[in-house]
Write a protein that binds this ligand. Structure first.
Ligand code: ZN
Length: 83
């Protein structure tokens, strides 16, 4: 019975360690991305939403005229016009 208890404790510790490792791995690159090294002109650029798929993209990559709806790609502009 004591052995079973120890097995449970060891399993719990291993689970906890693995979870902690996973958490540090996940937070590592994701945490580093919005750091000071990336704060260039791109972050200040206005973001637009594609009228077809709803994805956000930089204004410089917009397809379509300024007055009408904007699209993330030429393909979506054509697909939206075809509807
Ligand atoms: Zn789109």
């Amino acid at each position: 019975m004591k052995l079973l208890l120890w097995l449970l404790i060891v399993a719990a510790v291993v689970k906890w360690v693995l979870r902690a490792k996973k958490a540090t791995l996940r937070s590592g690159p994701a945490h580093a991305e919005p750091s000071a090294s990336r704060t260039g002109s791109r972050e200040l650029e206005m973001m637009l939403q594609c009228a077809h798929c709803g994805v956000y993209f930089p204004a410089s990559e917009a397809v379509g005229n300024a007055a009408g709806p904007v699209f993330c790609s030429e393909q979506h502009r054509l697909q939206h016009a075809a509807r």
